[in-house]
Design a protein around this ligand. Structure first.
Ligand SMILES: [Zn+2]
Length: 386
């Protein structure tokens, strides 16, 4: 591994500071950049020259000046830089190509019945990436590829610990993909990614302590405490799907090795595995009042409400954001019951919590493309550290 000297690190931090400011505040002149970063004019000029040469930044028409040389406004070359986002899910791989203005340029998708092995997963992801690469004339215009993974991910190491619809392992996904494409890849768990986005730009903006929960093919969770994503000692904190939720006749063995986990009945994969039901069949049965379905629904909803209540009691968040196919299917029916029961369950001291519901599953490929933009423009000593 190449050793990064402190000199090189400083150079790269300075460049990122300039880049971040042009992205966040552009059009902006070199003089303003020097003022705001505290760097010398010469350092700013050197950095800007490099960015101009790489076509990352473009110069606009000089504005009015009170004397001397007119300031030249600098902006990011957003229409000519691209990011690919990939959603790696249990039953499909979805890809989206966005430019840096965030316009959608193209999409690609591959349905998957069942992943056979690690190579099969990589091959499917590559097929989607290859299709999207065709849409960009020069590969150097693509600044990175983000992956949203319904599974456990050690994002800083680029390793997946569990892949959706496949299983446990220690897959060096980032390394495998970077070797093939020679461009940066960024991996993140799907719920963490949603939490990052919602905390930075969405419904959780302004909240310092919150929980994001997704009831989908599996069940995932992300905890933000004091504006930091909680990773846990082993990078698997927030795994809400493995909350022990069922007892008695409703206990099933979970793929994690435990028993009675929330995901064994309250996720679409759990419903299929242990109740032999698709989500649509289940929702239809509940709507028509079929007794077996009604009973199962009550079991699932009771478990969900208790689990969320306990987590709220334990962590005292100011907001909880819930999403996923379960919410999409049951909508108001489920939301109303959750509101009532959770608020009744939690201690008065925790009742200030706001329960938010995102009924429609977010566009995860788009969020993954957004992760590339975040990484390209962030300053290394960034806050919400993810
Ligand atoms: Zn489990």
């Amino acid at each position: 591994m190449t050793r990064v000297t402190s000199q090189q690190l400083l150079k790269s931090i300075n460049q990122q500071k300039v880049l971040h400011l042009i992205f966040a505040e552009g059009p902006i002149s070199r003089v303003e950049l020097a003022d705001k970063t505290g760097l010398t004019q010469q350092t700013v000029t050197n950095i800007v020259n490099r960015l101009l040469l790489e076509d990352i930044v473009i110069e606009g028409t000089p504005g009015a000046s009170s004397g001397g040389r007119k300031p030249v406004p600098l902006t990011i070359n957003v229409a000519n830089m691209f990011a690919i986002g990939i959603e790696l899910a249990g039953k499909y791989v979805q890809g989206a190509l966005h430019n840096f203005r965030y316009d959608l340029v193209g999409e690609a998708r591959r349905p998957v019945d069942r992943y056979v092995n690690e190579d099969h997963i990589i091959a499917t992801v590559c097929e989607v990436i290859d299709e999207l690469l065709q849409l960009v004339p020069e590969r150097s215009r693509i600044k990175g590829i983000g992956l949203s993974i319904q599974g456990l991910v050690v994002s800083k190491q680029g390793i997946a610990l569990r892949l959706p619809g496949f299983g446990w392992g220690r897959f060096p996904l980032q390394e495998r993909l970077e070797n093939r494409y020679d461009m940066p890849f960024y991996l993140e768990n799907d719920v963490n990614l949603l939490a990052i986005n919602e905390n930075m730009n969405g419904s959780l903006r302004g909240s310092s302590n919150n929980i994001t929960l997704k009831f989908d093919y599996g069940i995932g969770g992300a905890i933000v405490a004091d504006n930091q994503l909680v990773t846990g000692s082993n990078f698997v904190a927030g795994e809400f799907g493995h909350y022990k939720a069922f007892t008695g006749a409703n206990v099933y063995r979970c793929h994690c090795g435990g028993m009675g986990c929330l995901t064994t009945l309250a996720s679409t994969s759990g419903l299929a595995m242990n109740a032999g039901l698709t989500l649509d069949e289940f929702a239809e049965g509940v709507r028509t009042g079929e007794p077996r379905m009604a009973e199962l629904y009550e079991t699932v909803v009771t478990a969900l409400c208790l689990a969320v209540s306990n987590v709220v009691t334990f962590l005292n968040p100011d907001q909880v954001l819930m999403t996923g196919k379960l919410l999409e299917s049951f909508g108001d029916l489920l939301i109303q019951v959750m509101d009532e029961r959770i608020m009744a369950n939690v201690p008065e001291t925790c009742r200030g919590v706001r329960l938010n519901y995102m009924r429609q599953k977010p566009n995860e490929a788009a969020l993954a493309a957004g992760l590339v933009l975040k990484r390209v423009f962030e300053v290394p000593v960034d806050s919400l550290s993810l």
